[in-house]
Design a protein around this ligand. Sequence first.
Ligand code: SF4
Length: 255
Amino acid sequence: MPNQRRELILEQLGLLPRWVPRHRARPATQRVNAAAQLAPQTQARAETGDERVARILRSGWVELKEMVRTCTDCPLHKARRQSVFGVGDESADWLFIGEGPGAEEDARGEPFVGQAGRLLDNMLAAIGLQRGRNVYIANIVKCRPPGNRVPEPLEVARCEPYLLRQIKLIAPKLIVALGKTAASNLLHTDASIGSLRGRLHEFQGTPLLVTYHPAYLLRNLADKAKAWEDLCFGRDAMAKLKAGERLNAGQFAFN
Ligand code: SF4
């Protein structure tokens, strides 16, 4: 993860692509495996990890979607039916980020389309929003973790550049992290949702708020009221952001 963050900073400073000596670009085990697979005179040189990240971070929508569609860069590709890129208005003010596709999302290729998705749609409607209209929905990982388990750190790290590029291309005014996996990976913290909600955070300069994942709310109905508070908080924050106010992390919170 630190690697990807460093690459993003380099990209924003206009310092990519960063050339890395090939003998240092990948761990020794990967170099050995790659060397065993390549017939030097007949195959093109394999892309290094840094080159992959650089390519993702400078891609446009079309190239990015194709990269995700065909990606085999972490073990999650083995059991997926299809990768789930994300859906919505590509210049939305609101960006909702969940954990990863479930069974129904894996089958249909769209995030949040099962029971949890219907609840998310209802939550959006409650604050006057609608999927696809000024709203974009994405996940931390693009392929379904088997058995709906939490994605492993390696899987998150390999998938992270895709999400970073989506965020950069969308340039949302506000990010809403849905659930623990999204919050902990975007904010790099192990803190509980309960301790993170109720105030504004920041993700690389974009205001971010944390609320419960709709799948959690389906199992914990009592917390729906808290999610409603969070969404109203987001609606207030968005109104201020649209009015041109700068909302600093930690300085905008529930009364
Ligand atoms: Fe690639 Fe992400 Fe799918 Fe892993 S989860 S195979 S990194 S698209």
